[in-house]
Design a protein. Structure first.
Length: 386
């Protein structure tokens, strides 16, 4: 009897277990359920070109299809859902403003056809529908929305950000793979205003030039000072040249210009004068030096004074080597300029950019009226351009 009892006990246990299993299958007890769920996409992000409040922005959405999934088969979809506070409407963004890359750029149209994907925006949802080009599992996918989309057509519309600070969920789903899904977030934040101030710098200096130097190819005959050009006794039929160095230091955005203007011709107390180059013509376009014509009874031809500069100033044409102009009496004559910030620490720094040399040449004939008090005042004006 004991032996029989040992056999009957496991028989009842097995029967009970089988009965419980049948019941579980029938009524769906949780212990025996294998619940199907959507797989997760990997490496999901959305890069904005501008995260400012209410700013228009490009979106670059990236993700990798599930490594263990089925990829994206023909006719399957990718959906991207933007929160309601993003402005993504069919009147502004369409398939021409979207690029899709999955190992290669994929063509887009309003509807899928063959290897061309469809791209449709309805409300806040962008739906990309595969034609017949499967995308394998583990493929990196990039979706560009905005002005930076350029495959097939150049994007010209963007998505407008929300007008409130905060973190916003961008949801990626669709029928791709095993209904693979993922969420990413973007943070919309007010732009940061950065302010600063840079004080104005503008220094101008006039310096002496010694008689062993040259100016624009002409030998200098007499040493100058920063405040005087003392030509001394002029010898008929021989030119005499003096010069001064000009130096500028400025942080003006558009540089500077230096002009020079005389208060009149070199003139004596008796009213005699030494006219401007050439023969009181006030020559504007620089030209090579010529001697006064010395015509009797034409006092404008008895002697003249000209100006030259080593800077490549383009007003009325640049001064070539040993070229002079005479238009510095009736109006300011530009002699030095640059179109951006400049600086110098030594006299030889940045020649013709931060420094230049201006020369003055006088030549008289034997007809020039005698006087020992010919004078003239030169006025340099240095003007920064901000």
């Amino acid at each position: 009897m004991q032996y029989i009892a040992l056999l009957r006990t496991p028989t009842r246990s097995i029967a009970a277990f089988l009965l419980l299993t049948v019941i579980s299958w029938s009524i769906g007890l949780p212990t025996f359920i294998h619940k199907a769920r959507a797989a997760s996409l990997n490496n999901v992000s959305d890069l904005l070109s501008d995260s400012g409040l209410a700013a228009v922005s490009d979106h670059t959405i990236t993700f990798t299809t599930d490594l263990e999934g089925a990829g994206i088969a023909a006719d399957e979809t990718i959906t991207i859902t933007f929160p309601a506070s993003f402005n993504i409407s069919t009147s502004s963004v369409d398939f021409e403003d979207i690029d899709l890359f999955a190992g290669a750029d994929l063509p887009l149209a309003a509807a899928p056809s063959g290897s061309t994907w469809g791209a449709v925006i309805a409300g806040q949802v962008l739906t990309l529908t595969n034609g017949d080009t499967p995308i394998a599992a583990g493929t990196a996918v990039t979706i560009e929305i905005g002005n930076h989309a350029s495959f097939g057509s150049q994007g010209n519309a963007q998505i407008t950000n929300p007008s409130a600070n905060g973190s916003y969920v961008i949801a990626i789903a669709g029928t791709q793979g095993d209904n693979d899904t993922a969420d990413t977030r973007v943070y919309i934040v007010e732009h940061v205003l950065v302010t600063a101030e840079v004080e104005t710098i503008f220094d101008f200096e006039v310096a002496a030039v010694v008689d062993t130097e040259t100016v624009n190819g002409s030998a200098i005959d007499i040493t100058s000072t920063p405040t005087a050009l003392a030509f001394g006794v002029l010898v008929p039929n021989a030119s005499t040249t003096m010069a001064q160095d000009l130096r500028v230091k400025t942080n003006a955005r558009n540089g500077f210009v230096v002009t020079v203007q005389a208060d009149g011709n070199l003139e004596s107390a008796t009213g005699a004068d030494i006219d401007t180059f050439i023969d009181d013509d006030g020559t504007a376009i620089p030209t090579g030096w010529v001697v006064p014509t010395a015509t009797i009874d034409d006092e404008s031809s008895y002697g003249h004074e000209g100006i030259t500069s080593e800077d490549d100033i383009n007003v009325d044409g640049p001064f070539g080597a040993m070229q002079y102009a005479g238009n510095f009496v009736t109006a300011p004559r530009p002699v030095f300029s640059h179109n951006g910030p400049v600086t110098w620490t030594n006299p030889t720094d940045s020649p013709d950019i931060a420094t230049t040399r201006v020369g003055y040449t006088i030549e008289i004939s034997a007809l020039q009226e005698a006087a020992d008090d010919y004078t003239q005042t030169l006025r340099y004006v240095a003007t920064p351009t901000f």
